[in-house]
Design a protein around this ligand. Structure first.
Ligand SMILES: [Zn+2]
Ligand SMILES: [Zn+2]
Length: 498
């Protein structure tokens, strides 16, 4: 591994992340650590004693090499707020909480075990001394909640080691780290603020944790990045601004369920029960705990449950299917896209998977028709919140009802959608495709997840179409290669994950 000389006595090693080494006589300090293989090169640079290592943030690519070391002759410093993702206790608590996983984790790249002996003495707007030099720290969150940039005056120049707060080309390394939850722009906004703060400094050389250092007008690049971050933040905003909610009325039942139509009931968080003239019932997205279906069945005088299905693979929608089969002998029907992802066990670590394996008794056509008693369904892929999502529509009591899962919500709920994020395997072109399908099918009623059922309005879905294209451009603009599949999507998280 050869060092690149950026300035006299300032070197960069391209390790699992960039490791920057500042030399002063025979001593040196480093920013970030990577695998640590670069340590062997220090004698060649005339460095006899590495004194300090400053970690910009906790991601595994910044510091995994430290885990293998029992003792170190140098002091490792880390941002105060990163302790919960680096210390043995913090890391153990993180992995305990992450299994079984629900929703987005607070970090996508945490070491398997925490590091001992790290000093959490790097704080925003504070400094540490190394001999006569004052090393300063600034809060630049985004990639991680507690990330800091390191600022040093070297050879008369202000050098900023910004970790993953910025990447050359006004982009971001693995921008999905900004998704602190599955739907808001909180991470994007925090990143924007940090980048704005950097843009307002005199920066002579910007040294990011990945890619090339930026010596040519770094502030202009940072200002451009801030604009892109604001576009990304807006993409996380409402998908159908200005639309009214249009909730459909429903009647309360003594058991707590709601009668949406004479033959359609909504209960628990995500679940629907559809009654047939034959007296049979079909469950859609039934709750994981069958005790939560029992009161409604009792109130309806225990109709035989002969079919069950789910709109998408998320555990809060599919978790109840095995119990529906066991308890009621219901046949589990799945859309092939939903079934396919559920069979790919290697995704268990990544997404909100049901704890119990869910398999289908029968598969629907990917696109086509299916009949259950008097109900004829139109079936199609309905990607959005996640790619592995379907929609199905049938006429219930004279109304065209589209079971649409988590893609679309009334405007006042979660910005009008179940949210998009890489962790869920969202695809923005999926949203566009699904909005087009809804516009074509023109249901009367959308029976969506999370207790929402609302009237169709074409203007809402035309707005979603425009939003999806804007949002895709916004994410793409942040990708260093310009390729969403490579930089943003699920498999890039899989690569990072242990
Ligand atoms: Zn990072
Ligand atoms: Zn979902």
């Amino acid at each position: 591994m050869k060092a690149t000389t950026l300035l006299p006595d300032l070197f960069c090693f391209h390790d699992t992340c960039n490791v920057y080494v500042v030399r002063d006589g025979t001593e040196a300090v480093a920013v970030d650590f990577g695998s640590g293989r670069w340590l062997r090169e220090l004698p060649r640079l005339g460095v006899r004693s590495l004194r300090h290592v400053f970690l910009t943030h906790h991601h595994a690519d910044q510091c995994a090499g430290l885990a293998a070391r029992k003792t170190s002759p140098f002091v490792v410093h880390a941002p105060r707020e990163e302790e919960r993702f680096l210390s043995p206790a913090g890391v153990a608590a993180y992995w305990r909480a992450r299994r079984p996983r629900e929703g987005c984790p607070p970090s996508y790249s945490v070491l398997p075990r925490g590091l001992r002996g790290v000093r959490y003495d790097m704080a925003d707007s504070a400094d540490l001394f190394w001999g006569r030099r004052r090393i300063r720290f600034l809060r630049t969150p985004g990639h991680s909640l507690g990330a800091l940039s390191v600022l040093l005056t070297h050879e008369g120049k202000q050098v900023v080691f910004c970790g993953d707060a910025a990447h050359a080309g006004a982009t971001l390394w693995q921008p999905y780290h900004l998704e602190w939850d599955h739907w808001t722009g909180a991470g994007a906004l925090a990143a924007w603020e940090g980048v704005r703060r950097l843009a307002d400094l005199q920066v002579d050389l910007l040294c990011p944790a990945h890619g090339l250092a930026v010596a040519d007008r770094p502030q202009a690049m940072l200002r451009q990045l801030a604009r892109k971050l604001m576009d990304f933040y807006r993409a996380k905003g409402n998908v159908s601004p200005g639309e009214r909610d249009d909730y459909a009325d429903s009647e309360p039942l003594p058991c707590g369920a709601r009668r949406v139509l004479p033959h359609l009931f909504q209960y628990d968080n995500n679940s629907y029960l559809l009654l047939s003239e034959t007296g049979e019932a079909m469950l859609i997205d039934p709750p994981t705990d069958p005790k939560r279906t029992a009161p409604l069945l009792a109130e309806l005088r225990r109709p035989p449950v002969t079919a069950a299905t789910a709109t998408h693979f998320h555990s809060d929608h599919t978790g109840g299917l095995p119990a529906a089969r066991r308890r009621y002998g219901a046949k589990v029907w799945l859309h092939p896209w939903v079934a396919a992802i559920l069979h790919r066990g290697n995704h268990r670590e990544l997404v909100s998977f049901p704890a119990e394996t869910v398999r289908a008794d029968r598969l629907w056509p990917a696109r086509g028709r299916w009949r259950w008693n008097e109900y004829e369904f139109r079936i199609a892929p309905l990607p959005g919140q996640t790619w592995w999502h379907c929609g199905f529509m049938t006429r219930v009591d004279g109304q065209k009802v589209l079971f649409s899962g988590d893609n679309f919500q009334p405007a006042s709920r979660w910005n009008g959608t179940g949210g998009f994020c890489a962790f869920n395997g969202s695809r923005l072109e999926g949203y566009a495709r699904s909005a087009r399908l809804v516009l074509q099918w023109r249901p009367d009623l959308l029976a969506a997840g999370h207790r929402t059922y609302f009237r169709f309005r074409a203007s809402r879905f035309r707005k979603v179409l425009r939003w999806a294209s804007r949002a895709k451009s916004a994410v793409q603009a942040l990708c260093p290669t310009g390729d969403l599949e490579n930089d943003y999507h699920l498999h890039s998280i899989a690569r990072e994950s242990r």
